[in-house]
Design a protein around this ligand. Structure first.
Ligand code: PRT
Ligand code: ZN
Length: 285
């Protein structure tokens, strides 16, 4: 097979984002419900739709050459695969939580208790490392109801907003692992497939960079240009175009999404006006 086989989640919290990422990388494929695999019409990849739990194993065994999956799954399954790139979506954490009314005294609280989880491997490693003897009750779903129905004293589960814990009368006390979606690959793929994977990675990075940055245009008096350029380091140096109005210029650059608001305030203070901020579709550094 010459195509690079990429496994993505069939349906669930990763699936829509994974499909969108591939599409944003310019990879066209049919998306019909019930389809288990499909070949792209314009890029040498075959996409396999799987349960997220199976992706690390399939990638290790070479059933798939690469996959998009959560770091939590990679860690739990302990398969010998390569984490190629963090993807910045499906951010969550694996945490220990106890009934709200309990007083938390530190990790020792868990000594001799029973903890329900779908992550027995990560949890037992954590307990061992911290010298805690606790019983692990492995369940595959709806972990948060376990204390409420008397199945366990505490839970170890994925948290994102925290609202599921709250509605089940639990409080988060320890974060064991932080996770986001990652691109993983088999350790022994052919040279040809490696080249395809590198091409895909190049595109993924361009999409990620674009999301992390905005294009900014503003008008400023000529005398403020130097100060404004310092506030906007941009890709290299800002583009400066003269305006009809004498003594004024238009300045174009790139600003990072995460410190965007802070920069805008600094720009206004430095005399910038008519500030436009535009999303970037792709950004190649
Ligand atoms: O059917 P399949 O096995 O493929 O899917 P699944 O049901 O096992 O997994 P799915 O789709 O729920 O999650 C896939 C991946 O998304 C996980 O492995 C994580 O990497 C990531 N992810 C991100 C999450 C969450 N956020 C999340 N909030 N996975 C699960 N949750 C659940 C959590 O288990 C808990 O029940 O959401 C609830 C908590 O959410 P909050 O917002 O109330 O805190
Ligand atoms: Zn799953």
């Amino acid at each position: 097979m010459k195509e690079l086989k990429i496994a993505i989640q069939k349906s669930g919290r990763l699936s829509e984002h994974s499909r969108r990422l591939l599409e944003e990388c310019g990879i066209k494929f049919s998306n019909g419900a019930g389809v288990l695999k499909t070949t792209s019409t314009n890029f040498p990849v075959e996409i396999l739709f799987l349960r997220d739990d199976d992706i690390p194993q399939y990638v290790e065994q070479g059933v798939a050459d690469a996959g998009l999956v959560g770091e939590n799954m990679v860690e739990e399954k302990g398969r010998d695969i390569k984490v190629v790139e963090k993807l910045g979506f499906a951010r969550c954490r694996l945490s220990l939580a106890i009934p709200r009314e309990e007083e938390f005294t530190g990790p020792d609280w868990f000594e001799g208790r029973k903890i329900a989880t779908s992550y027995p491997s990560i949890l037992s490693a954590y307990l061992k490392k911290n010298n805690i003897k606790a019983e692990i009750e492995e369940i595959s779903g709806s972990v948060e109801i376990a204390p409420g129905i008397g199945l366990a004293d505490a839970v170890c589960d994925i948290v994102s907003s925290g609202s599921t814990l709250l509605t089940n009368g639990l409080k988060e006390v320890i974060t064991i692992l932080k996770s986001q979606a990652v691109l993983v690959s088999n350790r022994n793929i052919s040279e040809k497939k490696t080249r395809t994977l590198e091409k895909l990675l190049f595109r993924i990075r361009a999409v990620k960079n674009a999301k992390e940055n905005k294009y900014i245009l503003l008008n400023a008096p000529e005398k403020s240009v130097e100060k404004i350029s310092e506030i906007l380091p941009g890709m290299k140096s800002p583009t400066i175009l003269p305006l009809m109005e004498k003594g004024w210029v238009s300045l174009h650059s790139v600003v990072r999404e995460d410190d965007f608001w802070e920069r805008i305030d600094m720009l206004k203070e430095a005399g910038a006006e008519g500030i436009l901020v535009i999303p970037i579709e792709k950004m190649i550094k």
